[in-house]
Design a protein around this ligand. Structure first.
Ligand code: IVH
Length: 679
């Protein structure tokens, strides 16, 4: 039905000719979009295409009643949204179990044959596109909804954003008024990603870590005009339902999707048996870098849809499908040096400086070596050639040394006897893996502990970055956290690149931090083993710092969540006169030492719920995600068990994800997590 747009004047009723012309132009543009964006075989020049588009825009401007929701002019624009509406998926969008080698694929094949009681089983192997799930709904052949997966049950309505993806048909190519839903993946090509990031550098905007994050950012943009500027693309791979048609196999349904104008990945392959699937996995494991987009594995699907249905699902994964995950990418490089880092607790951690290499999408030039024993065990020497990979595809690690590459000039690493920052002794207490700098006034420890003190979940002193903190330490203005509260304007102004405006802001931020509730103060103090969760428990239990300082180990251990290690650490922290003095000076400066009013149960909607977070989220740092849960009364745990209520899964999740699936623990993706936080 024609729709009237606001604000544009109408030059009277469109003539029949104009109506027919607009319909014809829409049809032609749709045809050329498909040739260009889906088939990659354009038939007309850009100028020719622009002429058609301009004519349609002009007609629609003159006669807004000619605008249809599936008109190609409707891909761009639309006002920004306040928030996304929630979409309840007609049937849950499941996820996949993983296989990591040929043996596991053969075991999957055996399970299927056994369950179906037949040896006659064929598969479709598809590239596992590394992007985000989208679900598109068409009514009477017209795109009416685009949604994210969310937690599988509920997603977000991103229709306006999906419309901007040029390869997604706004109307089915056959012109048939079909009612169907398809599942696919929105992604960004490597080349487009590089260009997008270059533009962000030029504008001084933060870079996206990888194409998947960039795609997530684009799809979950509240302003569709911004999405339209981002180079999102899509592949569709699953027919969720089609009211008017039935298909016997996955292979046929892919052909149908292609016919209807959907972008379908051209490399999908029909496989006679599991050995053909394994050959496909090996082939793409070798060739994946040649693809214009990233893939993180292969999806193997039983070809018969009736059999897929008969097999059903375990937990959240259909039994008739599996994702083969490629082994982590490994590269070799050389260790140019091994240096040490001094942390806030004085821990002296070795770090390998590498000849920079590209691995899994980013340049790696340093990698943590944990401790002396780790280096000994792996026999890593300065000058060695090493194999590195990204653990869980995120944090780089040394896999092994290649001893054959040694020339004899390599040097063994020894922990320095003295702290490189303050010269104090470095000691390694018996039975402990970590070595520590014992220097009380060590500037490195001080710097790290002040960075922690001022950080978000702690005192949240905005603008207090490492450079400012280092400047204050170098000039001797700050020797412990309490000194922050007596800093003066003149002291700030003596720092490099510091103006009055910034100094005023920093002083105000310091003042404001005095009102932080006790749990944040406790966390800020940096007591070993007292993270945000424990700090909250302690504050809730004791109500004020004096009661906590007076508690003995036994009292502390009676609190659920506080074990021997934590209790011991708290007692020894407050037994130290230096630490008590800092607390007293903080109190004298006006820092609050009382717990926040306990939120009412209504304000703690996640009370009693335990979350585990794995992988990288695009909209939160790990700390932000954790404190969001804690703020709403939930608990964050490091390991998955039957007691876990939710596992929040970000990009490149670790083994906790697999464990969650094994145990059938509810899994939330980022959108689902956001939903829960909003409840
Ligand atoms: S089929 C029941 N096919 O991989 C799950 N998924 O969990 C049906 N993906 O969330 C998914 N390419 O976002 C399927 N050719 C493909 C895929 C694919 C990428 C993603 C999808 C899904 C995840 C696996």
């Amino acid at each position: 039905m024609a729709k009237k747009k606001d604000g544009t004047g109408s030059a009277g009723q469109p003539s029949l000719w104009e109506e027919a012309r607009a319909a014809r132009l829409r049809e032609q543009i749709r045809y050329h979009d498909h040739r260009y964006y889906v088939l990659d075989e354009p038939e007309i020049s850009d100028a020719g295409y622009d002429r058609l588009m301009r004519e349609l825009i002009q007609l629609e401007e003159e006669h807004p009643e000619l605008v249809t929701p599936d008109s190609p002019t409707q891909r761009v624009g639309g006002a920004p949204l306040e928030a996304f509406e929630t979409v309840i998926h007609p049937a849950p969008l499941l996820s996949l179990a993983n296989a990591y080698d040929a043996g596991e694929l053969r075991a999957f094949d055996r399970r299927i044959k056994k369950a179906l009681e037949t040896e006659d089983v064929q598969y479709v192997a598809e590239l596992k596109i590394d992007g985000l799930t989208i679900a598109l709904t068409y009514e009477d052949g017209v795109l009416v909804q685009g949604a994210t997966r969310g937690d599988g049950e509920r997603g977000e309505d991103v229709t306006k954003n999906v419309r901007t993806i040029k390869s997604v048909p706004l109307r089915l190519a056959s012109g048939e008024p079909l009612n169907l839903a398809v599942r696919g993946e929105a992604y960004i090509r490597r080349e487009d990603f590089a260009r997008l990031n270059e533009a962000r550098v030029a504008k001084g905007e933060p870079l996206f870590a990888n194409p998947r994050n960039a795609a997530a950012g684009a799809l979950r943009q509240l302003d569709p005009r911004v999405t339209a500027e981002r180079p999102l693309d899509a592949y569709l791979y699953g027919l969720l339902y089609c009211r008017e048609r039935r298909f016997a196999t996955q292979w046929e349904s892919l052909a149908f999707l292609k016919e209807q104008g959907f972008p379908v990945n051209p490399h999908s392959r029909f496989c006679e048996d599991i050995e053909a699937v394994i050959a496909y996995c090996d082939e793409w494991g070798e060739k994946r870098e040649e693809l214009p987009h990233e893939i993180d594995g292969i999806v193997v699907k039983l070809n018969s849809l009736a059999r897929q249905e008969a097999l059903g699902a375990t937990g959240k994964s259909p039994r008739g499908m599996i994702a083969y995950k490629f082994p982590a990418e490994q590269v070799t490089t050389t260790v140019e040096d091994i240096v040490v880092n001094v942390g806030r607790t004085g821990a002296v951690t070795p770090l390998a400086i590498l000849h920079p290499v590209e691995v899994a999408g980013s340049t790696v030039s340093r990698v943590g070596l944990h401790n002396e024993d780790y280096i000994k065990e792996k026999d890593i020497r300065i000058g060695d050639t090493v194999v590195i990979q990204k653990a869980g595809d995120v944090i780089p690690e040394v896999v092994r040394v290649i001893p054959e590459k040694r020339t004899g000039r390599e040097r063994e690493f020894a922990l320095p006897k003295h702290c490189p920052e303050c010269g104090a002794d470095v000691v390694r207490p018996e039975g402990e893996a970590a070595a520590r700098c014992v220097g009380i006034g060590c500037p490195a420890q001080l710097r790290e502990s002040l960075i922690h003190f001022a950080s978000r979940g702690a005192m949240d002193i905005e603008g207090f970055g490492p450079a400012i903190i280092s400047g204050l330490i170098e000039r001797g203005y700050v020797k412990d956290p309490a000194d922050l509260y007596s800093l003066t304007m003149d002291q700030f102004l003596s720092l490099e690149r510091m103006g009055e405006k910034l100094a005023t802001k920093l002083l105000a931020a310091i003042q404001a931090s005095k009102d932080a509730p006790l749990e944040r103060v406790l966390f800020a103090l940096g007591i070993r083993h007292v993270g945000e969760g424990v700090a909250r428990t302690l504050a809730g239990h004791f109500g004020a710092i004096d009661a906590l300082m007076a508690a003995d180990q036994e009292t502390l251990q009676q609190i659920p969540e506080v074990g021997e290690k934590i209790a011991e650490s708290i007692v020894s922290f407050f037994a130290e006169p230096q630490n008590r003095r800092v607390v007293e000076r903080l109190r004298a400066a006006g820092v609050n030492m009382k717990a926040a009013e306990q939120p009412s149960p209504g304000e703690r909607p996640l009370a009693g719920k335990t979350f585990v977070i794995t992988g990288t989220l695009s909209g939160f740092t790990r700390e932000e995600a954790e404190s969001s849960v804690l703020r709403l009364g939930g608990r964050v745990s490091g390991g998955v068990s039957q007691k876990t209520d939710y596992v929040v899964v970000g990009e490149k999740p670790g083994s906790k994800y697999d464990k969650a699936r094994e145990l059938g623990v509810p899994i939330l993706d980022e959108a689902g997590f956001v939903e829960i936080l909003k409840r």
